[in-house]
Design a protein around this ligand. Structure first.
Ligand code: HDE
Length: 709
C-alpha cells in the first residue's frame, strides 16, 4: 500500500504545482445560482412550506421541534460578522495587472518579470473612520488595497490614496483611531473628523501635521475611486536575483486623472446618495468604462535612505517626484464586479505580510506594527485561522504545508504526515531554495541596543506640510483653508483650536492667518522648527496642476427639459455627448415622455427631484420655448442649475435653454464665466460644453458667489 501511494505521489504533485491562471475560474467552483431551483434545507432536504412555522393547531404556540424554522432563524441570527476595526466601509472589484516590461533588474518577483505578464487582482477601496453603513463621501483617507494573485503566491499592496500617514510609530495607531472614530460617550459623530477628540489628538501630535494638510485638501473628497492616486506609503524593498536590494515607493496613477468633489457637495451626497462611490465603481465596470491605473515606482539605493533631508523609513514624509521620478512599470484594469458583496468584498483579508520573493518590508516602525495587526484582527473578524481558504483569499498558487485543523477548516489533507522532516511520505513535502523560487528575507544588516526611542532623523514635522501647502494652486489652497475653518469651527474646546493654530503657523503664516480669520483666534508666533528643510514646490502634489484635461469618457451629464422641448436639438446634443463617451440622462418634472416642439416625443430617464445635480458631473439645458418657460417657473429646476454652478460644474445650454441659466442668476452674456457655455447649434458643443467638461470642475469660478446654495 505504502509503495503504491509513493508511486502515485509525483503525478499528484506535478498536477497541483500548476497554478490556476484565472481567479474568475477559481471562484466559479464556489458560486451557486439559486434561481429556479427547489428550496432546500442546508442538508439538501426539499422544503414544502416556507410560509408557516410548525405549531400546535392553527392558533396554537410554535413547536420547538421545528428544525426548519430553527435552521433558518439561526443562519439569519449569525449573518453579520464584526466589521473591520478601521476601513469598515468599502467597495471592491476584480481586474488584471499587466507588466509593461521585465523588472528583473530590480526585483525577482515573477509577476513583474516579463513584459505582457498578466496577473489577476482584487482591489478594495474604503473609508477609514466610518462604520460599514456610513456614507462614501465623508472627508477621510481612502484605503486602496490590491491583492495580486501571482504564480508565486498572493502579494498584497495595502495602500491609501494619500502618500503619508498621521503617525510615525504603530504603537500610536489605537490612540489615533480612538480619537478619530465617534466619541465613546455618545458615539457621535459618525464618519467625521470634525470633533474635539480628533483635533485634540492631532494638536498634541505635531508629526500628524503633514497628513492633516492632505486630509483637509480635496484628496479626501475623491470624485470617484477611479480618479484617485494610490500609494504604498512606506518604503518597501525590492531584491533582484543577485540579492541586491533597493528601497521603493509604490504609486498608482489613475488614467482618468485625479479629481475631487466640492465639500458642500460631498456633505449633501452623504444624505442623497450615501453609496455614491460604490455605485459609480459598479456602474462604470458594468458599462465597460473600466477604471485603470499605472503602477509606478520610485527606486532608491539603500545607502541613500537619508540622502534627501528626511528619513525614508518615516511614513510622515514623501519623496517628491521632482527629485526621484515615478517610473511606470505596469497597468491595472478593473473589469469585473464581484458577484456577492459579503463573500468577496467583506471577507477579503489583506495583509502587509503577504509578500512574494523579490518584495520585502523595511524597518519603518509604522510598517513593522502593521505586520502584526492584520492577521491578528482577521482572526476575530473571520472567525479563526483558516480564512486563507475563503475563496476570495485563496491563492492561485498551490498551497501545501503542515498547518492543520482549527475552526472552519475546508481542506482535507490526506495522509499521516503533518510534520517535517519526515521519512514516511516519499517524496516528502519540501522547502524550496531561493534559487528555485523560495522566499528569503532581504539580507540587510541590522544592529542596535533595545530602546524605546524615535530616531532623530524623524524629527522634522513641518517642512513637508509647508511643501504640500506651497505646491497647491490658489483654489486648492482656498479649499484647505475652508476645510480647516469648518473642522476647527466645530470644536467646543477653545484650547484645542488655539493649539491647532500654533501648529498651522509653523506650516505657513498666511495659512494660519486665513484660517484664524473666521475662528476669532489670534495667530500665535511660530515655534522654532526642527530640521527646517526648504523644498522647491512640487506640482505633482497638486490635483489641478496634474489634472488630465483630455477625455470626458465616463462623465455623467443631466439634460434638463420638459414638455415643449426642441426634441431634435436634444437628440442631437445627446448623440454628440454619447459619441464622446459621456453617460447622458434626460431629467424632467415628470416621468414618461415629453411632447416635443419638433414632433418626436422624448423619453424621460429620471425625475428632477429624485436625481440631484450632485450625482452628475455637468448639467445641460435643452432648447424649446415652452420647455424653458416651464423650467424657469420651477424652483426645483432653478436650484438644480444653481447647485451645479456652486459646485463648479460645467453648465451648458442649447439656444433659448440659456433662459434657465439666466433665471438662476448665471450670466451667459458678456465676459465668459468659466465653464458656462451656450451653443446656438449642437455642433458647437465640442468647442464649448464638451471642452469645458474636460476640465472636470471650474474651481476658478467664484465659489462663494451670490449664488451660494
Ligand atoms: Fe491599516 N489596518 N493599519 N493602514 N489598512 C487595517 O486590517 C493598521 C495603515 C489599510 O480593504 C486593519 O483587516 C495599523 C497605513 C487599508 O480590507 C488593521 C496601522 C495604511 C486597510 C489595520 C495601519 C493602511 C487597512 C483593519 C499603523 C496605508 C483596509 C481591518 C501601524 C499604507 C484593507 C483589517 C481592506 C486595514 C492596522 C496603518 C492601509 C486593524 C496597526 C499606513 C487599505 O489590521
Amino acid at each position: 500500500m505504502a509503495q503504491n501511494a509513493a508511486a502515485q505521489q509525483p503525478a499528484a504533485i506535478a498536477a497541483a504545482a500548476t497554478p490556476i491562471a484565472d481567479k474568475a475560474q477559481d471562484l466559479a467552483h464556489e458560486t451557486t445560482v439559486d434561481a429556479g431551483q427547489a428550496l432546500t434545507s442546508n442538508q439538501g432536504l426539499k422544503i414544502a412550506d416556507n410560509q408557516n412555522t410548525l405549531r400546535a393547531g392553527p392558533r396554537g404556540p410554535a413547536l420547538l421541534e421545528d428544525q426548519l424554522f430553527r435552521e433558518k432563524m439561526t443562519a439569519f441570527d449569525h449573518e453579520r460578522i464584526p466589521e473591520r476595526v478601521v476601513h469598515a466601509r468599502g467597495a471592491a472589484a476584480h481586474g488584471v495587472f499587466e507588466t509593461y516590461a521585465s523588472q528583473a533588474a530590480i526585483t525577482r518577483a515573477g509577476f513583474l518579470g516579463a513584459g505582457g505578464k498578466k496577473t489577476p487582482v482584487f482591489v478594495r477601496f474604503s473609508t477609514v473612520a466610518g462604520s460599514r453603513g456610513s456614507a462614501d463621501t465623508a472627508r477621510d483617507v481612502r484605503g486602496f488595497a490590491v491583492k495580486f494573485y501571482t504564480d508565486e503566491g498572493n502579494y498584497d499592496l495595502v495602500g491609501n490614496n494619500i502618500p503619508v500617514f498621521f503617525i510615525q510609530d504603530a504603537i500610536k495607531f489605537p490612540d489615533l483611531i480612538h480619537a478619530a472614530k465617534p466619541e465613546p460617550d455618545r458615539e457621535i459623530p459618525q464618519a467625521s473628523t470634525a470633533h474635539d477628540t480628533f483635533w485634540d489628538f492631532i494638536s498634541l501630535v505635531p508629526e500628524s501635521t503633514h497628513m492633516v494638510m492632505w486630509i483637509m485638501s480635496d484628496r479626501a473628497l475623491p470624485r470617484s475611486y477611479a480618479m484617485m492616486e494610490g500609494f504604498g506609503v512606506h518604503s518597501f524593498r525590492l531584491t533582484n536575483a543577485q540579492g541586491t536590494s533597493r528601497l521603493v515607493k509604490f504609486h498608482w496613477k489613475p488614467l482618468k486623472g485625479v479629481h475631487g468633489l466640492a465639500w458642500d457637495e460631498a456633505q449633501k451626497l452623504a444624505g442623497k446618495d450615501p453609496d455614491f462611490h460604490r455605485r459609480d465603481l459598479a456602474d462604470a465596470i458594468a458599462t465597460g468604462d473600466f477604471p485603470e491605473w499605472e503602477l509606478g515606482v520610485q527606486v532608491v539605493e539603500e545607502a541613500d535612505a537619508n540622502r534627501f533631508g528626511f528619513d525614508l523609513l518615516d511614513s510622515t514624509k514623501l519623496l517628491p517626484e521632482e527629485i526621484v521620478p515615478v517610473r511606470p512599470i505596469g497597468k491595472m484594469t478593473l473589469n469585473r464586479n464581484p458577484d456577492n458583496y459579503f463573500a468577496e468584498t467583506e471577507q477579503v483579508a489583506f495583509h502587509t505580510g503577504n509578500l512574494v520573493p523579490g518584495i520585502d518590508v523595511t524597518e519603518d516602525p509604522l510598517l513593522q506594527g502593521r505586520m502584526f495587526s492584520y492577521v491578528d484582527t482577521q482572526l476575530t473578524r473571520l472567525g479563526g485561522p483558516n480564512f486563507h481558504e475563503i475563496p476570495i483569499n485563496r491563492a492561485l498558487a498551490p498551497v501545501h504545508n503542515m498547518n492543520r485543523d482549527g475552526f472552519h477548516r475546508q481542506t482535507i489533507a490526506k495522509g499521516r504526515v503533518n510534520y517535517e522532516p519526515s521519512s514516511i511520505d516519499v517524496p516528502p513535502i519540501r522547502e524550496v531554495p531561493a534559487a528555485n523560487g523560495g522566499f528569503v528575507t532581504a539580507q540587510v544588516p541590522v544592529a542596535g541596543v533595545k530602546v524605546r526611542h524615535r530616531s532623530e532623523t524623524f524629527a522634522d514635522h513641518y517642512s513637508q506640510a509647508t511643501l504640500f501647502w506651497q505646491s497647491q494652486t490658489p483654489p486648492e489652497q482656498q479649499h484647505i483653508v475652508e476645510a480647516l475653518q469648518f473642522e476647527l469651527g466645530k470644536l467646543t474646546v477653545p484650547a484645542v483650536r488655539a493649539r491647532m493654530l500654533s501648529n498651522l503657523v509653523n506650516v505657513d503664516r498666511e495659512l494660519a492667518t486665513r484660517v484664524a480669520a473666521v475662528l476669532g483666534v489670534a495667530v500665535p508666533a511660530a515655534s522654532p522648527r526642527n530640521g527646517n528643510k526648504r523644498y522647491a514646490p512640487s506640482p505633482a502634489l497638486s490635483m489641478i496642476a496634474r489634472a488630465n484635461p483630455k477625455s470626458v469618457v465616463g462623465r455623467k451629464v443631466a439634460i434638463l427639459a420638459t414638455d415643449g422641448v426642441d426634441g431634435d436639438g436634444l437628440q442631437a446634443v445627446k448623440a454628440m455627448l454619447v459619441r464622446a463617451g459621456v453617460m447622458v440622462k434626460v431629467l424632467a418634472p415628470h416621468l414618461g415622455s415629453l411632447w416635443s416642439a419638433g414632433g418626436t416625443p422624448v423619453a424621460v430617464d429620471e425625475l428632477i427631484v429624485t436625481t440631484p445635480s450632485l450625482v452628475f458631473d455637468a448639467v445641460f439645458v435643452a432648447a424649446g420655448a415652452d420647455s424653458v418657460a416651464a423650467l424657469r417657473a420651477s424652483g426645483d429646476a432653478i436650484d438644480y442649475v444653481r447647485e451645479a454652478f456652486r459646485h463648479a460644474k460645467p453648465l451648458g445650454a442649447l439656444a433659448d435653454g440659456a433662459g434657465l441659466l439666466a433665471a438662476a442668476g448665471i450670466s451667459t452674456t458678456g465676459a465668459k464665466v468659466p465653464g458656462v457655455s451656450v451653443a446656438s447649434q449642437p455642433a458647437e458643443l465640442s468647442q464649448g460644453f464638451i471642452a469645458d467638461m474636460t476640465m472636470h470642475r471650474h474651481w476658478d469660478r467664484a465659489v462663494k458667489s451670490a449664488l451660494a446654495a
